[in-house]
Design a protein around this ligand. Structure first.
Ligand SMILES: *Cc1c(COP(=O)(O)O)cnc(C)c1O
Length: 424
């Protein structure tokens, strides 16, 4: 006789019933996500065929890495899927922050201005820009590259303000697709296309750089297919499909990608060098899986939204909202509830399920932070994870899950912790 589902995980039947009832309500939202995923899988398959992917691309190079076919073809795959001229996809782009940094230094020169038109950029970029770091750390500011910002207005770009700030010195405009850890909406590729059109109508030659982290494959195309000059991201998020062990990408116009490559390696060397050390197979196979894995993560986020909205918490985005990134934010308005949630998510991890996350003073953050993560790839947030600064309104940011089934287990375990703590 098989055990009941909830007995396997050691959760209460009541928690199980809440989740299954919520799941039924998600069906129409899931359908939309599945349709995007099917569309993107067709696009990816077509790219694999057009790039004539074969066994030889999984070979690995050492030393200088001259004539590394796999590496060069991986660039072509990304360019094809991102609807742009060229791409730089490398294991030695160590993170999303590094990809963005490489793009900034690739195209900006002393006295140029970088203008963010979507408000404050992602946390890790303030040291890069030079807004928080000490002088002398090699920030843009250190090199005489200036920064300016226009905040969002009612969740949209502020066109009038942008017009005022798009002065002659502005060489590049930064657009952040995902809300990250800000309280706003995430933008669709389509909306980023509109922003791009608008800023170029004000200043024709401005270079549009998109922080594309967490947004890849959530829509049916990427911002580079709609006019953005460069898009940057991390391979341990969406486009690595859970299989890339490390890495980042920069996609876009050939001229600019070339400049980024000169910055990543050396002037004169550019894209021609760089040993792949056997990492190409995971990056190619991960890209193949990425639309499907993103579908799993987005469904997990929708289920999370439905569950906590049903329980009376404020969630962003709402279950029925259009999805433009994989993050789900839940306001617990209570420290204990937030901590219980993170502990439950940790219990749902395949790795380190036995550890209990605790709030700690993380370098670079003002408030204590709690993080639930147990991933095959360290820090990979395409795998189920949750993190939160310990401050009102006690918001947990949950993202990822390589499979919906596992994500659903994680949410059940999280709910069970809330129940055990007497919160629900
Ligand atoms: C994750 C992320 C980054 C970069 O983060 P890394 O940890 O350096 O990969 C930048 N912007 C956004 C919106 C992100 O989500």
């Amino acid at each position: 006789m098989n055990s009941a589902f909830y007995e396997i995980l050691g959760i209460s039947k009541e928690v199980y019933d809440i989740v299954t009832r919520c799941e039924e309500k998600c069906a129409p939202y899931f359908k939309k996500v599945e349709n995007v995923s099917k569309y993107n899988q067709a696009r990816v398959l077509k790219a694999f065929s057009e790039c004539r992917i074969s066994d030889t691309h999984f070979n690995f190079s050492t030393g200088y890495g001259y004539d590394d076919h796999g590496r060069d073809t991986l660039d072509k795959l990304y360019a094809n899927i991102f609807g742009c001229e060229d791409a730089l996809v490398r294991h030695n782009i160590i993170s999303g922050t590094h990809a963005l940094t490489t793009a900034f230094f690739g195209v900006l020169r002393p006295n140029d201005v970088l203008l963010s038109v979507t408000g404050k950029p992602y946390d890790t970029l303030s040291d890069v820009i030079g807004n928080s770091g000490e002088d002398g750390n090699g920030s843009l500011k250190d090199f005489g590259i200036k920064y300016d910002q226009v905040d969002l207005r009612d969740g949209k770009i502020d066109k009038e303000e942008i017009k005022k700030h798009l002065t002659n010195d502005v060489k590049a405009v930064l657009i952040q697709r995902s809300k990250g850890y800000e309280n706003r909406v995430s933008f669709s590729a389509e909306y980023i296309g509109e922003i791009t059109k608008f800023v170029k109508s004000v200043k024709k030659d401005v270079i549009v750089i998109v922080d594309n982290c967490y947004g890849e494959f959530v829509n049916k195309c990427e911002p580079t297919a709609l006019g953005a000059d460069l898009a940057c991201g991390s391979l341990i998020k969406n486009p690595g499909g859970g299989l890339a062990l490390t890495g980042g990408y920069i996609c876009g116009k050939k001229e600019y990608v070339e400049k980024c490559a000169m910055r990543l390696t050396s002037p004169g060397l550019g894209k021609e060098l760089g040993a792949s050390l056997g990492l190409t197979r995971g990056m190619i196979q991960g890209l193949y899986f990425a639309p499907f894995v993103v579908e799993q993560a987005v469904k997990t986020a929708i289920l999370c939204a439905e569950i906590f909205e049903t329980l009376g918490y404020e969630v962003n985005p709402k279950p029925s909202d259009e999805r433009n990134c994989i993050i789900e934010a839940v306001n617990f308005n209570d420290k204990d509830a937030l901590i219980a949630f993170c502990k439950g998510i940790q219990k749902g991890a395949p790795v380190d399920s036995f550890v209990s996350p605790e709030p700690w003073d993380m370098p670079g953050y003002q408030d204590q932070v709690i993080m639930a993560a147990g991933a095959f790839v360290q820090g990979a947030s395409i795998e189920l994870s949750a993190d939160a600064p310990i401050k009102p309104p006690y918001t947990a940011y949950m993202q990822g899950s390589l499979s919906y089934g596992y994500g659903r287990c994680g949410l059940m375990l999280a709910l069970n912790e809330l129940k055990k703590a007497g919160i629900i």
